[in-house]
Design a protein around this ligand. Structure first.
Ligand code: SF4
Length: 396
């Protein structure tokens, strides 16, 4: 692991002189935030964590010029489903009941071009298993011209050649899913014998190829959090020689999880935030806990405001975990759908899905994603919390 020098970080930040025009309170917040992490130099990319683009990238410059210097910018982050197909069958999968015609490559490329014009500088590919899209390298190449491109994968079907193609196409970061340090447990959650070995093999392939920021996407069940097993889990992940743990609690995306008991409490979230800060201070591995990045103390919930999810069939949702749809890009433009969606999402300090699973339960009628009509009916009942710290500073 190569740590970036303070000089390189300072040079990267100074290379975007427009940041001097950003209001001092926002710059102060960002400086304090950056200081909580050790910046890695991965193949020349200076990476804080993979929720943000490399500090020395065109995408980071766009973050400054198109978002920090504007109060009415569009989305910054998008996750796009490249397929619904997946050999694995995870208990908590948010994608498995989705039906419909998947977007072809031309549609995906057109969608990404429009999203970039609207402000998107970070694109995450998901699925299903995105590696099953035979055009993934071509799509990555198109995406990476001025965006940071990240892949979320189980590792299934990855070959050394495909990993090289993705790197050459501009992929900057990958997260391979690992739900448990115990092979039997992981395979059981994934309902796929060999899932654990597949994930470890994928990590080895990416390491051999080099130049890509490598992480593990680790989803903690509430049961694991309550038994304080996150530490044990992170201890295992540190043995894998990866750059980052993209950590999240299991989100209540599916009907089986819409009871209050499966949703994390504020005390449990705080515990994971403390864990993240401790690991990052030690500096042996980067821990990027979603609930800290999106907590009230940092950026809050960006669903539907800065964050957009387009599933493999073209349905537009505020977040990858939310089984809602504000429209389909096969029928209406992404700009039109996003504009209507953003009006309903002011950004808030709490995780939308963690707060609103009872409303999902109430308005869900067995169709995933929910119809536009059911989605709008749900939104009429939502009460948002105040904004998180960053957006309070940004919009004040
Ligand atoms: S709903 Fe939760 S997971 Fe989705 S963007 Fe908001 S904070 Fe993140």
């Amino acid at each position: 692991m190569k740590r970036a020098s303070t000089f390189d970080v300072a040079r990267a930040l100074l290379a975007v002189p427009q940041s001097l025009l950003v209001r001092p309170s926002t710059n102060w917040f960002l400086t304090q935030y950056i200081r909580k992490f050790r910046v890695m130099d991965v193949g020349g990319n200076l990476i804080l964590h993979s929720h943000l683009p490399p500090l020395n990238s065109k995408a980071y410059k766009r973050f400054v010029t198109e978002h920090l210097l504007s109060k009415d910018a569009g989305p910054s982050h998008v996750q796009i489903g490249l397929t619904n197909a997946c050999p694995q069958n995870c208990e908590y999968c948010y994608s498995k009941d989705k039906k419909g015609k998947v977007m072809d490559t031309g549609r995906i490329i057109d969608l990404m071009r429009n999203l970039k014009q609207m402000g998107v500088f970070w694109i995450g590919f998901t699925g299903g298993e995105p590696l099953l899209n035979k055009d993934i390298a071509r799509i990555t190449e198109e995406a990476s011209t001025d965006c940071a491109v990240k892949l979320f994968t189980t590792g299934c079907t990855l070959t050394p050649q495909l990993a090289r193609d993705l790197k050459n196409a501009g992929l900057y970061s990958v997260s391979v899913s690992l739900d448990h340090w115990n092979e039997t447990e992981h395979d059981a959650v994934r309902r796929y014998p060999g899932a654990f070995k597949t994930a470890l093999r994928a990590l080895e392939i990416f390491k051999e190829v080099g130049g890509i920021h490598i992480g593990v996407s680790a989803v903690l069940s509430r049961h694991m959090i309550q038994r304080h097993q996150a530490d044990e889990y992170l201890g295992f992940l540190m043995t894998l020689g990866i750059h980052e743990v993209w950590l999240s609690e299991a989100k209540p995306s599916i009907p089986d999880m819409w009871q209050h008991a499966s949703v994390i409490s504020e005390e449990e979230r705080t515990e994971l935030c403390t864990l993240q800060d401790r690991y990052n201070k030690e500096g042996r591995i980067t821990v990027n806990y979603l609930g800290h990045f999106e907590g009230k103390e940092h950026f809050g919930c960006a669903a539907g405001h800065k964050m957009v999810y387009v599933d493999a069939c073209g349905n537009v949702s505020p977040c990858v975990f939310l089984p809602m749809s504000f429209g389909n890009v096969n029928e209406r433009s992404i700009r039109e759908i996003y504009t209507a969606m953003k009006k309903r999402f002011p950004t808030e300090s709490r995780c939308f899905i963690n707060e609103n699973s009872p409303l999902l339960h109430k308005h869900y009628h067995g169709q995933s994603p929910m119809s536009e009509q059911d989605t709008v009916a749900l939104m009429e009942e939502v009460r948002f919390a105040p904004m998180a710290r960053f957006f309070k500073l940004h919009y004040s």
